[in-house]
Design a protein around this ligand. Structure first.
Ligand SMILES: *Cc1c(COP(=O)(O)O)cnc(C)c1O
Length: 388
C-alpha cells in the first residue's frame, strides 16, 4: 500500500478551536467582532505596517487595492503571466487593461524586461507612462511574490519611481518573507510597494478557510479599503452610501482562526525551511534540483518547485507516475496570457515563463510532513533516474 501524501494541507495545532469556539460562544460570527480588529492588529504588528484591513479573500483584497489606488477603465496595469489568475482578474473587474510581463529565474516579474518595456514600448509624458500600442496610461504594476520567494523589489521599485507607477504587491504566497540584507533589509514582502495583499485560503501558509488582508502605510488607502469592503456606508444608522461598496469584509469566525494561525506562523516557516533543506540535500545527491529562493531574503518557503529537467521522465508522465505512488504534485499554473479571456491582450517578450511552465512541478510541502514522508518522496524521485 502506498501512503497518500497531499500537496499542501492546513495544520491546526494551536489555539484555533479555542478562539473559534470563543467567537461562537460570544455570538459574534459575522462581519463584526473583536477577532477581526485583533487579527488586523497582530498582522500589521508582525509586518510593521501602519495598518491592515481584513477582507473576504486575497482576490477581494487585490480588487479593493486597485480601486483605492484609483485604477480605472482608462488605465493599463503591468502584470505577470506566470502566476495564479486571481492576481490578474481584478484588473478586469475594474475594466482596466492588463499588459503581460515575463519572469526571471525567481519566477517573479523580470525587472530588466519591465524597464525595457517602459523604455521601448512607452512614452513618458507629463509624468505619465503611456503605452505606444494602446495610448493608455499605465498606472500600476502588480508584483507577485511567487511561492514565497521575493520579487526583485529593489529593481522594480526603482523602475516604478522612474515612471510614476503605483506598486501593488500580491504577497498572498509570501507572508513572512522579508529582506535580510540590502536596501530593504527587514522589510516584509507586501510592505515595500504602495499596497500589499495577503491570502488566508486553505493552502496558504496560514489559513482562515477563506480570507485576505490588505496592508499599506498609506492611511487614506486603508480607510478607503475599509469603507469599500463594508458596503460603503457613510452613515451606519441611516444606511446612506456615498459610492458602490462591496460585501468583502472578513468574518469574526475566520479572524478567530487567523489569530490562532498567526501565532503558529514562525513555527510553520521553520518547519517548511527544514523540510525544504531535507528535500534539497537528498535530491542533490542524484543531480535533481529544487528552485531556490533569493539569497538576500528570509523566505517563508511556502511552496517547493522541482525542476523536472533533472529527471528522465517528462513533466506530465512524472506527475502521473508520482500520483500512482500516492504523491500529489501539480504543474505550475497555465500562463495567464494564454487563457481564453486574455489571449488577445498585450504581452511583452514572454520567454522564461514558458520554459518554467514546461518544467516545474510543485511537490508536497505541508507543515505536517514527517521526515519519513519526505524520505519516501525523495526515494521515489531518485529511483526514477536509477531505473533508467
Ligand atoms: C491564492 C492567491 C491569490 C488569491 O487568494 P484568494 O484568497 O484565494 O482569493 C491571488 N494571487 C496569488 C498569486 C495566489 O496564490
Amino acid at each position: 500500500m502506498n501512503p497518500f501524501i497531499p500537496l499542501s494541507i492546513p495544520n491546526f495545532i494551536g489555539n484555533e478551536l479555542k478562539y473559534v469556539t470563543d467567537a461562537v460562544q460570544a455570538g459574534w460570527v459575522s462581519t463584526g467582532g473583536a477577532y477581526i480588529t485583533k487579527f488586523e492588529q497582530v498582522v500589521s504588528e508582525y509586518l510593521h505596517s501602519a495598518g491592515a484591513v481584513a477582507c473576504q479573500s486575497g482576490t477581494a483584497g487585490i480588487h479593493t487595492g486597485l480601486m483605492v489606488m484609483g485604477v480605472t477603465s482608462e488605465d493599463a496595469v503591468l502584470v505577470p503571466t506566470l502566476t495564479f489568475i486571481a492576481a490578474v482578474n481584478p484588473v478586469m473587474y475594474v475594466n482596466a487593461e492588463p499588459i503581460f510581463m515575463d519572469c526571471d529565474d525567481s519566477l517573479c516579474m523580470d525587472p530588466v524586461k519591465l524597464k525595457l518595456f517602459c523604455e521601448e514600448e512607452c512614452d513618458f509624458r507629463n509624468g505619465q507612462l503611456i503605452s505606444k500600442n494602446s495610448g493608455r496610461h499605465i498606472k500600476a504594476i502588480i508584483v507577485v511574490h511567487v511561492f514565497g520567494n521575493m520579487a526583485d523589489m529593489e529593481s522594480i521599485m526603482a523602475v516604478a519611481a522612474m515612471y510614476n507607477l503605483l506598486v501593488l504587491e500580491d504577497a498572498t504566497e509570501a507572508l513572512g518573507t522579508y529582506y535580510s540584507s540590502g536596501k530593504f533589509k527587514g522589510k516584509y514582502a507586501g510592505t515595500i510597494g504602495d499596497l500589499g495583499v495577503y491570502s488566508f485560503n486553505g493552502n496558504k501558509i496560514i489559513t482562515t478557510g477563506g480570507g485576505g488582508m490588505l496592508v499599506s502605510d498609506n492611511l487614506k488607502y486603508l480607510q478607503h479599503a475599509r469603507h469599500l469592503t463594508t458596503q460603503a456606508k457613510s452613515d451606519e444608522l441611516y444606511y446612506t452610501h456615498d459610492e458602490i461598496g462591496y460585501n468583502y469584509r472578513m468574518t469574526n469566525l475566520q479572524a478567530a482562526l487567523g489569530v490562532a494561525q498567526l501565532e503558529q506562523l514562525e513555527h510553520f516557516i521553520q518547519i517548511k525551511t527544514e523540510n525544504f533543506k531535507q528535500y534539497q540535500n537528498s535530491l542533490a545527491q542524484d543531480g535533481i534540483h529544487l528552485l531556490t529562493y533569493r539569497d538576500n531574503i528570509r523566505s517563508n518557503h511556502w511552496f517547493y518547485a522541482l525542476d523536472t529537467a533533472g529527471l528522465c521522465l517528462d513533466r506530465d508522465s512524472l506527475i502521473a507516475y508520482l500520483a500512482s505512488k500516492g504523491i500529489q504534485t501539480r504543474p505550475v499554473w497555465g500562463l495567464i496570457h494564454e487563457q481564453k479571456p486574455y489571449n488577445n491582450k498585450e504581452v511583452y517578450k514572454i520567454e522564461k515563463a514558458k520554459v518554467f511552465w514546461q518544467k516545474v512541478i510543485n511537490i508536497p510541502c505541508s507543515t505536517s510532513l514527517t521526515k519519513s514522508d519526505i524520505e519516501y518522496v525523495t526515494n521515489v524521485l531518485k529511483q526514477i533516474n536509477r531505473d533508467e
